[in-house]
Design a protein around this ligand. Structure first.
Ligand SMILES: Nc1ncnc2c1ncn2[C@@H]1O[C@H](COP(=O)(O)OP(=O)(O)OP(=O)(O)O)[C@@H](O)[C@H]1O
Ligand SMILES: [Mg+2]
Ligand SMILES: [Zn+2]
Length: 499
């Protein structure tokens, strides 16, 4: 084992440009290279892909990666090529000549990583090729799709156990970010993973600040997003919508407000979607408005903000969505806009029960879990860890200190220096705004905003019109006439002092 570890470290040095491996990467790589199966549940953006890329380099054997989304296959194949691994994907978006090249390269032993979908593995011709030339490692990415207990069940994932029988004792890596214990057990059982090493890593989110805001109307939400988007450091941004109709509302509102918008949903053709995702991949100032068709695995490093335009269909879906933000380790925000009526929307969308001979996860109860998360007054990171990793959570129970609820606790305690800094920054910015506005409007400053109002606004720091309207001690005329500008000042100055 020591020899394997030394090889892993040496390879990491040569392909990782000065970065070092995470523990879960070391453990998973070592187990796979010694021929053991691995179940890896580790946070979004924690470098799970490297757990097969590095062994693919070291073992020099061909690796088969099963992946649920075309965009994901292409993205990962591209990333593997940049690590010097000859890689290609096989899916319906690939033309016949390229498919032929891919299969021939695999058969000739020239391809190091082949990405394909579980459905494609039902194709008898492909199965025959793989039987003739076995992979040296099989990876099931986004493995939670195997489970009817999860929210992203894909029937073809279940037949993978049949496919795996063709490969004898080839080690298997099943990996995902979002699998609660029932889903973890289902993955191991359904894939018949013999004696797997389970590497389970709870969420940490050091650079991601989670929050939720109750909204009264669609207009409230649109305005909230616009106000966030015009802040200096909040782009690129992804807005996740539950329906295509919501995507259309958000896209057209933001475009009308002269913001750069890219749309991505299942109603678009495959080539339009792939163009949209390629354009966004390069973008620095754009907003991607997408359904959950986008959320799994996508690795764009510099997304600064993720907004959920309404309750997600489940906490799994929510976790996958927020996992797109801040993958470069720099500060990022994830904001969930919600109302109780969202439950009705999700209820109406819930499909028929699955005919799998056992109870599927109820979509409605999954949505209710999302509502509980939105309305919780406890640390949001802690809430998610209690849901996904109850055993570890019992032991650790850590709080993030960085979500809206942690901030409220700190504000109540009144002893957080960063909060004081934010109070001072917002108060100063509001005074500045009052000075300029009173000059422009030729009105006495106190008529626009009294000192007392500045004090209240700087303490409560409302972020949406609804919260401003509800704030005691603020004259109605103030929120009516200057609400939008005031909210903008508050948001901008909160953004400059992330905690
Ligand atoms: N040890 C490391 N240190 C720093 N960055 C790393 C490390 N390992 C991988 N990365 C980088 O982290 C980014 C995310 O990696 P990857 O796409 O594998 O995440 P993931 O765990 O598969 O996330 P998801 O669950 O969202 O699919 C990549 O850009 C990768 O280069
Ligand atoms: Mg991934
Ligand atoms: Zn917290």
């Amino acid at each position: 084992m020591n020899e394997i570890n030394a090889k892993i470290e040496a390879m990491a040095q040569s392909i990782m440009a000065g970065r070092s491996l995470f523990d879960h990467q070391r453990q998973a790589c070592a187990a796979l290279l010694s021929g053991r199966n691995v179940l890896l549940v580790a946070p979004m953006g924690s470098g799970k892909s490297l757990c097969y890329q590095l062994p693919a380099h070291l073992s020099k054997k061909p690796t088969l990666v099963v992946s649920p989304l075309i965009a994901l296959m292409d993205d990962q194949a591209e990333k593997s090529r940049t690590l010097g691994l000859c890689s290609a994907s096989l899916h319906s978006g690939i033309n016949a000549a390229k498919q032929w090249w891919t299969i021939s390269s695999w058969m000739a032993g020239k391809l190091r990583i082949l990405y394909t979908s579980p459905e494609r593995l039902n194709d008898e011709r492909l199965r025959k090729c793989l039987r003739e030339r076995h992979p040296g490692l099989v990876v099931i990415d986004e493995a939670h799709c195997i489970s009817t207990w999860g929210s992203r069940f894909r029937p073809a994932y279940r037949s993978l156990s049949e496919v795996l029988k063709d490969f004898g004792k080839t080690p298997i890596l099943a990996m995902t970010a979002s699998a609660k214990p029932a889903v973890q057990a289902d993955i191991v059982q359904t894939l018949n993973l013999h004696d797997p090493l389970s590497v389970i890593v709870p969420f940490t989110f050091a650079n991601l600040s989670l929050s939720a805001a109750l909204t009264r109307s669609v207009d409230d939400r649109l305005e909230f997003i616009r106000n966030l988007a015009v802040c200096e450091d909040r782009l690129p941004m992804v807005v996740f919508c539950v329906t295509k109709k919501q995507c259309d509302w958000v896209s057209s509102y933001l475009s009308q407000n002269r913001l750069r918008v890219i749309t991505y949903h299942a109603g678009m053709t495959m080539s339009d979607r792939s163009n949209a995702s390629a354009v966004f991949q390069q973008a620095t100032r754009s907003i991607l408005v997408a359904t959950s068709a986008y959320e799994m695995g996508v690795d764009k490093s510099n997304i600064r903000t993720v907004v959920h335009f309404g309750l997600p269909s489940s906490l799994e879906s929510y976790a996958q969505g927020i996992g797109r933000a801040g993958r470069d380790g720099t500060d990022a925000k994830a904001v969930l806009l919600y109302s109780e009526q969202d439950l009705d929307v999700l209820d109406a969308m819930a499909g028929p029960e699955l005919d799998e001979g056992r109870l599927p996860c109820s979509k409605t109860s999954a949505a209710k879990e999302g509502y509980d998360f939105a309305t919780t007054k406890t640390c949001r990171l802690s809430f998610l860890n209690a849901y996904f990793f109850p055993a570890t959570h019992q032991r650790i129970r850590s709080v993030c200190g960085n979500c809206d609820n942690c901030h409220s606790c700190q504000r109540l305690a009144g002893s957080n220096p960063t909060q004081d800094l934010m109070f001072t920054a917002v108060a100063a910015a509001l005074k500045n705004w009052r000075r300029t506005a009173s000059r422009n409007l030729q009105q006495a400053a106190f008529r626009l905003l009294t000192d007392q109002e500045i004090l209240r606004l700087s303490t409560a720091r409302p972020q949406i019109a609804h919260d401003l309207d509800q704030l005691a001690g603020i004259r109605r005329s103030v929120s009516k006439n200057y609400g939008r500008e005031i909210l903008e000042v508050i948001r901008k100055n909160m953004g400059h002092h992330p905690t």
